[in-house]
Design a binder for this molecule. Sequence first.
Ligand code: GLC
Length: 541
Amino acid sequence: MAQAFKERVIYQIYPSSFKDSNNDGRGDLKGIISKLDYLKKLGIGIIWLSPIYESPMDDMGYDISDYYNINKLFGDMNDFDNLILEAKKRDILIVMDLVINHTSTKSKWFIEAINGNEKYKRYYYFEKGKKNKAPNNWDSAFTGSAWKKVPNSDEYYLCLFCDTQVDLNYHNEEVIKEVEKIIKYWLDKGVYGFRCDVINNIYKTSLRNDNFLKLYNKGTKYYQNQEGMFTILKRFRNDVLDHYDTFLVGETGAITPKIANRLINERCLDMFFEFDHIFADKSKLLPIFKRKFNAKKLMKALFNWQENVPYIANYLENHDQLRSISRYGDAKDYYKESGKLLALLLLTLKGTPVIYQGEEIGTLDYKEISYEECKDVAAKMAFKTVKKLLHLSDKKVRKLVNETINRDNARAPMQWDDSINGGFNEGKETWLKVNDDYKTINVKNEEKDEDSILNFYIKLIHFRNDDEVLKKGEFKRGYLSNNLNYFYRIYENRIYLIVLNFSKKTIKFNIPLKLRLILSNVENKDLNKLNPYFAGIFEVM
Ligand code: GLC
């Protein structure tokens, strides 16, 4: 099992929106168990569960109040044990989300701290304000100050996300010990590994002011990729992880291949998620501004990672990103073709493919979601900040936020069939609205349609599961442009050529190699002319 993460395809489940078994409007563990056969058929070998721990859900479980208990909204420990068991029967491994940069303000540790217990105050960053202002000028990742004032006190606490997510203090040995205990607890329960939330933020070297950018002072140079992070992750490895057959995948915004190599070589992480390619259609400085999608930009970022790290976790979607066909494909005229092209890209890159729930059926973003319907705390905070900064009308601000960063787009209930609420439940109002297109885009429809995006994923995943070149092959760059792109995968004496036409145009393709087409998304009689959104795997003969 040690290298299972290199052999298998990962599927991310967002528990609130996967399957609601008790008709209370929110997904749950029993719902997940009821869909394990579906995932098995899809070819999935590992499930990554977004947080299911006890939580007030201000940031949808990424604000944990009790690391040792299951959120009642999702079920209980019995359901969790059953999930591990039922998954095991189907040879599926379970990965948990490990959110250890911060806890919820509802955590016992924080409640003790706020009540003045010095031991627990040292678990967090409590600092005195400066002239009635926050201790420094850092902004939170969700905009607004990264400090929240403690009522009736001159102290503030650090919260780099929303103000009920309190940053833990990793200068404190006791915090490290607590986290090791948590990791051990879940590994002993039979969990295979962890996706580590914002892991390269955990160590704050200093709390100095950030003077780099006046508009938005994140202070990241003092807490991203710090030496202390390497040390702590190595501690986790030596003290706990090395005693198990397990693995860690890190969510690591703002890393470079150099840092990633170090993380892997020093066994801090086994693989990681990079964030460069997601800016192919939006501004890096102000992600609220959309840019016309540029395939060359997307592929260039991916190629850079493919070439410069030994291993990586690949993704096009997750619970924080808008849907990929809406972003990189053509949902209107080439919905199926572009959806399948993206599938083929994801499944043929070097590294472990991570599919997000609904991606396999070509789920799209909402056409519209109002401020009242919006549930994403980050989107809500951004609404306020953008409005204040840019003095735009409410309508304009909503449009900007919804089209670029409103994470609700990825979090709509899964569309299982064409019955009410898309079969997510039996019709009870859902925690977040169901996308209107569920009558056409749903699992049941696509299972019946041989030519569906879902059936293409099934074919591709099973192909990869049995294919050494895709699982183990080296990557070699081919060609980059805003329409035609290709790359090679090489293993022992076999070479694959992966070809992608990211455009509505038929394009010429003649490379002086003898090729055999193994698999493609559309029928293409004359392979010297590639149809719009053609994607194929060829073997070089
Ligand atoms: C990660 C999660 C995101 C969450 C944030 C704070 O980026 O993926 O959903 O809001 O961390 O925990």
